[in-house]
Design a protein. Structure first.
Ligand code: PMP
Length: 275
């Protein structure tokens, strides 16, 4: 197996050679944030947007991070890997406690960690189920505290699903690791940004791009019932791109009819970022 290129506290190494402390607050408290930055044909996609979101996540948790140094490190990591298509996972944690304590010492130094892997950005069809959104009230922060997502997605996997569509009090929020879109007639709908969803970079790129092609996009509060009226449903993320939902198991929905609007959006997106 190819060695995976990684970086820990700004020192480049192979992933399997990095040693971390069990007192890293990323380990004991998930006191950390992260980014996933895709690159295709050796060019990163929406690099600035990812760096800006990482900066916002750090600010929300009062984590200090040198953004110029981090950007350079991520670019160097991609270059070292010699990979053409893939993504970087980059994580920033509060640091290493001397002994586990909820309240941290202000003198801790930020701990950073990243790795780069190859990834093929190909279209996928997903079987999903809906579920109650079990998560906290700051899902807009890209934190590594993802236990709600992990529980829901693994529960769905037991029913043969690849993803979930979550809802809070019947209002759609997002996928387990993606944002959700659906099309009814000639309009594309997606939940509005709020503290209950991650402001997905793919979500933003897609909305901006399809609007330029005259496609009507509405952002608002939508319920599980709205999915029942949709001709197509899809999920977006940096690694999935636009992934079409073919079944919503618990709602007994099969989406194999008219999905022209999905196809048009996918075509616009792939022509812009993956060709
Ligand atoms: N929501 C959640 C919960 C996610 O984990 C992700 C993927 N990291 C997204 C949305 C999509 O974000 P992006 O398009 O920036 O990858």
């Amino acid at each position: 197996m190819e060695k995976i290129h990684a970086v820990y506290n700004s020192i480049f190494n192979y992933l399997d050679e990095i040693k971390i402390s069990p007192l890293s607050r990323a380990y004991t408290f998930s006191d950390s944030v992260y980014e996933v930055i895709p690159f295709f044909n050796s060019n990163s996609i929406a690099f600035e947007s990812h760096i800006n979101r990482l900066e916002r996540s750090c600010k929300a948790l009062n984590l200090s991070l040198d953004m110029d140094k981090t950007s350079k490190e991520i670019i160097d990591l991609i270059a070292k890997s010699n990979l053409i298509n893939g993504y970087v996972y980059y994580q920033v944690s509060r640091g290493i406690d001397s002994i586990r304590s909820h309240m941290f010492d202000d003198s801790l130094s930020t701990e950073t960690f990243g790795y780069v892997v190859s990834h093929s950005f190909k279209s996928q069809k997903l079987k999903v189920m809906t579920c109650e959104d079990l998560r906290w009230q700051r899902c807009d922060i890209k934190s590594t505290s993802l236990l709600g997502n992990v529980m829901s997605m693994n529960n769905a996997r037991m029913s043969g699903c690849h993803e979930v569509i979550m809802h809070k009090n019947n209002i759609l929020t997002e996928g387990g690791a993606s944002n959700v879109f659906f099309a009814i007639e000639e309009t594309v709908f997606t939940p509005a940004l709020s503290n209950n969803i991650l402001p997905g970079i793919t979500r933003e790129l897609l909305i901006d791009e399809i609007k330029q092609f005259g496609i009507k996009v509405e952002e608002g509060d939508y319920s599980v019932d709205d999915l029942k009226n949709a001709q197509s449903v899809w999920l977006t993320s940096s690694t999935k791109g636009l992934a079409q939902v073919t079944n919503i198991l618990d709602l007994d929905i099969q989406l194999n009819g008219d999905n022209r609007l999905f196809q048009k959006c996918e075509q616009i997106f792939f022509e812009k970022f993956f060709s």
